[in-house]
Design a protein around this ligand. Structure first.
Ligand SMILES: CC(C)(COP(=O)(O)OP(=O)(O)OC[C@H]1O[C@@H](n2cnc3c(N)ncnc32)[C@H](O)[C@@H]1OP(=O)(O)O)[C@@H](O)C(=O)NCCC(=O)NCCS
Length: 176
């Protein structure tokens, strides 16, 4: 019997010839200590520094899932919830939330923690879309995703809402 807390990739894409991958197969966690070059004179880390770490972690996850080059197509959302300071450890965790035919959404959560230990704060969340490319630079099919557990299924459902809203927004702007 199929576990109700697992999405069956064979059901979502019965035509795919590629072997399915689990979320855990490609997720990564990057950790880096923030230094003075990352920050302004007040000691606050620039948003662009965090965005770069987000893109690198997400790009690594996307390439691991696809087993090939995947380029950033869009950032659907990126929010900063609390500041990061010099001396903080930046803990960047990226994982695949959902896959389309040739694209996939990677969700990234960033936490910060004083290097000497202390309270860990959720500082950033971001959702990026990557497209897998073949040797000629053309979009190519991505492996199906095995999604296990309630939390991962919730993230997949939210990714599908973002994908639908993105298409609606693009169409609405085009038709304005
Ligand atoms: C991303 C890119 C490959 C898409 O090429 P394209 O010819 O428009 O692709 P298609 O129309 O065939 O769409 C392919 C997939 O990309 C998705 N896509 C295309 N543009 C997108 C956008 N702006 N936002 C989100 N997804 C997008 C489509 O929904 C489709 O996904 P699906 O197959 O899962 O349904 C192309 O625009 C590109 O090369 N952009 C530059 C990427 C780059 O240089 N990034 C920064 C450095 S890594």
């Amino acid at each position: 019997m199929t576990d109700p807390a697992t999405s069956d990739p064979a059901q979502s894409d019965p035509a795919s010839a590629l072997p399915p991958r689990r979320v855990s197969d490609s997720e990564v966690t990057f950790v880096r200590t923030m230094n003075q070059l990352d920050a302004n004179r007040a000691g606050n880390v620039h948003g662009g520094v965090i965005m770069r770490e987000v893109d690198e972690a997400a790009g690594t996850t996307a390439a691991r899932h696809c087993g090939r080059l995947a380029v950033t197509a869009a950032i659907d959302e990126l929010s900063f919830y609390s500041p990061v300071g010099v001396g903080d450890l930046l803990i960047v965790r990226a994982r695949v939330n959902d896959v389309g035919r040739t694209s996939l959404e990677v969700g990234v959560r960033v936490d910060a923690e004083p290097w000497e230990g202390g309270e860990r704060r959720h500082t950033t969340s971001a959702y990026l879309v990557f497209v897998a490319l073949d040797e000629d630079g053309k979009p190519v099919e991505v492996p199906p995703l095995v999604v296990e557990g309630e939390e991962a299924l919730r993230r997949q459902a939210q990714a599908r809402v973002r994908r639908r809203l993105r298409k609606e927004r693009i169409a609405a702007v085009r038709d304005a």
